[in-house]
Design a protein around this ligand. Structure first.
Ligand code: SAM
Length: 293
């Protein structure tokens, strides 16, 4: 799905906030452009997923799929959260990072002043890049280099409990946001009692339609920077704090962007969306709950 990656395609930039970030020279997108990498990684991904609390509850290893290692900010934020728990951590954290190119993380590691939060894990990152795996106290971090959509096809990827879905935007990485691609990702999610919740920065209508058609239940996520909302997608509606409901459906019916990413709007697509169990009784959940947006 992706061609060879030019290692010179990335550069470091300073954001208006003063934070350093990695930019793709080709399409110009910046990783974590708003409030800066560390704040966004913690607010949108780590804190919102309730990772700290979940790691203090005994259980099998918690599997986190880090979709888009990039400069490793999200992955290191998760590992930092686990490390800060000390002996309170009751279950292991298994991070699986997926990425086509290691250029962004190499750039960020070299800029210790710009990415100080990576430094406590510098040796771990080096080992990860060398061996594709690093074992830490109560955590394991693995790297799968290549097209993440191909990785989603792999049955040997463990069932994920949490996904940090952070590719470039649908404009830059169109193939990763289609219902077909998201169905592959959905198949890698835990379908047991724990289930899986996915966090991503995009809150656009086509993004939410893609996740719904990809087999997820979908809700609004926290606001970050200038984004009023982000998106949470889950295997069960009970994992969503603010599931999309009647108001969102009414907006979708009026929207001029009702198609999912990468697929035309057909009668079948419209029907599939209207028939989605999220919007219907008989799923054991209320049709539209009062928190719904
Ligand atoms: C927004 S950046 C990720 C930022 C990262 N999560 C962090 O915390 O620094 C998106 C990343 O997705 C990677 N990517 C894009 N398409 C991909 C694909 N098909 N498979 C794997 N990685 C991909 C890019 O190389 C880029 O590093």
């Amino acid at each position: 799905m992706t061609g060879p990656v030019d290692e010179r395609a990335f550069e470091l930039v300073t954001l208006a906030s003063g934070a350093r970030a990695v930019k793709h020279r080709g399409h110009g997108e910046v990783m974590h452009p708003g409030v800066g990498p560390w704040r966004e990684a913690n607010h949108l991904y780590v804190d919102q997923s309730g990772l700290a609390v979940r790691l203090t509850e005994p259980g099998p290893p918690l599997v986190l799929l880090d979709a888009g290692l990039g400069a490793a900010t999200n992955a290191v934020a998760a590992l930092t959260c686990a490390r800060a728990l000390g002996p309170a951590q009751q279950r292991e954290l298994h991070v699986w990072s997926l990425e086509t190119t290691l250029a962004p993380v190499r750039l960020a590691l070299e800029d210790a002043a710009g990415f100080p939060f990576l430094q406590p894990f510098a040796a771990a990152v080096q080992q990860l890049l060398r061996d594709d795996v690093v074992h830490l106290p109560r955590a394991t971090w693995r790297l799968v280099v290549g097209d993440m959509a191909e990785a989603w096809r792999r049955a040997d990827l463990p069932a994920a409990h949490v996904v940090f879905f952070d590719p470039f935007s649908p404009a830059a990485n169109p193939q990763l946001w289609t219902p077909a691609a998201l169905r592959l990702l959905r198949a890698r999610c835990d379908d047991g009692a724990e289930g899986c919740a996915l966090y991503t920065y995009s809150a656009s209508t086509p993004t939410r339609v893609s996740f719904l058609l990809g087999g997820f239940f979908v809700g609004a996520g926290v606001s970050v920077g200038t984004r009023r909302e982000t998106t949470v997608a889950a295997t069960r509606p009970g994992l969503l704090r603010a599931p999309l409901g009647e108001r969102w459906m009414a907006r979708w019916e009026r929207s001029s962007a009702r198609a999912p990413h990468g697929q035309p709007l057909t009668d079948e697509v419209e029907r599939a969306l209207r028939d989605h169990p999220q919007f219907h009784a008989g799923t054991g959940q209320p049709t539209f709950n009062r928190l719904a947006t």
